[in-house]
Design a binder for this molecule. Sequence first.
Ligand SMILES: CSC[C@H]1O[C@H](OP(=O)(O)O)[C@H](O)[C@@H]1O
Length: 338
Amino acid sequence: MQTLLARSLKYTNNELSVLDQYLLPHQEHWHVCTSVKQMQSLILSLKVRGAPLIGLAATLLVAHLAEQGDSKECLAKAIDDLEATRPTAVNLMYCMAKMRIALVQEDYVSALVGMAEQLFNEDVALCEAMATLGADLVNPGDNILTHCNTGALATAGIGTALGAIYKAHQQQKHIHVWVDETRPLLQGGRLTAYELAQWEIPYTLICDNMAASLMRARQVNKIFVGADRIAANGDFANKVGTYNLAVLAKYHQIPFYVVAPETTLDRTCPHGEAIPIEQRDSQEVIGVSGSFGACQWAPSKAKVYNPAFDVTPANLVTGWVLNSGVYSQQDVLAGIFK
Ligand SMILES: CSC[C@H]1O[C@H](OP(=O)(O)O)[C@H](O)[C@@H]1O
């Protein structure tokens, strides 16, 4: 397999490495990944995270195992096991479906390696296309609010929603970003703040519960978020707290955009209620990020509700920014995603 380099995923010298996003921003640590079990643990603990990136990390591992000589049966099981790791982000299922097609080819090793390289390079191009279309929606001086992390860390390219913000900054649009810290795992406060600082893009970190008053004070011009799965009717799942922002944006008449590659679109999923929502461990809510259980502020036996995602209905979305174009509610109601 060729050398493949992304911000949090790389394949060099026959070695697959992933950046531990759980330790960011204070420590950059790379894990060399050699097994399905290890990759499943990395994905489940969100050391490897981000809808596109999860699919690509699993893909590169399957291709690596094929080159290492694993049998077709072992590779088929690896694909099944990796696909089952997290249920919401459809990019993982998209990638594993592509790898299953490669696996039935006569020269399946070459087919798996070629597919992995294709999917990786495809995501780089999809990010560039989304970012360009998204940046065109940004006006000079915009204050843009974003949620969770959708940057280069979460993709093979420059990111989805944050990629559009990055591109707008590159175009000298002098934007400012409100960064939702994104409880409970703080992908915004830890990762988006980290990426924006590295790109020298002005930002202000806020708690999630501060977004509403900023909107009321007319301090937010647009909202850009990512997606983990877009249903055929335009409803979409994204990090929990996204729905809050969509309702608030509607009330305050603020443009609300979802930015995602076509690999996040699930045409077989009729609407948002059919999207499986991952439920996660209570420790993430009652502990401090990076030290789960070591510093619990809630009663240790507190009953906790911890869905990783929520669903935003299409009627709250101003536009869907995909690599193939920007789609309006009218487009989506006309069935453009079906
Ligand atoms: C471009 S990443 C899309 C999506 O994935 C993130 O979820 P997680 O951090 O749990 O992997 C988040 O929902 C992002 O918006």
